[in-house]
Design a protein around this ligand. Sequence first.
Ligand code: SF4
Length: 354
Amino acid sequence: MNDNSYSKILVSWYEKHRRDLPWRHSSDPYVIWISEVILQQTRVAQGLAYFNRFMARFPNVCLLAQASEDEVLKYWEGLGYYSRARNLHEAARTVCEKHGGVFPRTYAGVRALKGIGDYTAAAIVSFSYGLPYPVLDGNVFRVLSRLFAVATPIDSTEGKKTFRRLAEMLLDESNPGLHNQAIMELGALQCVPRQPDCPQCPLIYKCMAYAEGAVSAYPVKQAKAKSRPRYFHFFHILWGEYTYLQRREAKDIWQGLYQFPLVETDGPADFTDLQQAEDFRCLFQRCGRLEISVRRQNVRHVLSHQVIYATFYSVRVEQEGEGLRSYLRVPAADLPGYAFPRLLQNYLQECPDE
Ligand code: SF4
């Protein structure tokens, strides 16, 4: 059963407090889609710059579809979760090739596009078309878990069902777009993860967690799986004015992005250990004399399920040996034109050249 009393309070609060953001001036599903995917990656302050750059270069879905994957990834560089950018590109192609450049108008049609999950589909169809689908993102989970003091973990199967039921119950079906934006904004500005400003909250008299004096106990999450450590050794190789790159093609992190030749080891390895590794010997086979220096050591880089420990070596080679020929040889001055993962971007900023 619907209870619109929450929605009325939320919408009236939203109309006074909402941030003025560019995508809020549009009901174009393409604009909503791009903004939502970018905002899943980053905070609004940083996302805004990405959104503006992306929209200036790809102002409509067909221009995005026509671009190369390398270019799309370059515009995504630094945001992380690069599979989302590749999915965005593939979905844009589907919209252009199968739907004549017109976004599907139903929830099922939008949800069927590559990379669009329940949350993004609900945001697009409710904001753009006013269809009654509730959004459930991290902010909404937090608000609902506190409002109703739900002890079921938000990341459990049972939790997902419980929160969906609550979200459906609160949705004002006559005004779903504004309702969804209001509850998300309350989570972003008011019901924040740490030390929410409850005395100023419009829902304080309805909030069960506040009544229990237990706001910080919600939301409940399952124990996190341990992150897998990985040990990367990158070689910034210089041969005259050239350096070497490789595009990551495997189904692994950073697919489609570029990196320096890499040797991965099962555990921590110093240079003596590395020299014994088969991959290292193949890489520098017949390269003549090597001038090697360590540029950065054990840089810790945290991803969602992995922690990378990276060491960067600078290696000047006497000649281009066989092992290097399978890599992309590029003028060192052209490096800024390639899309790199954040870890390598940081390295290049700190150590631009030898
Ligand atoms: S009263 Fe506090 S905990 Fe409850 S919804 Fe408002 S901000 Fe969140």
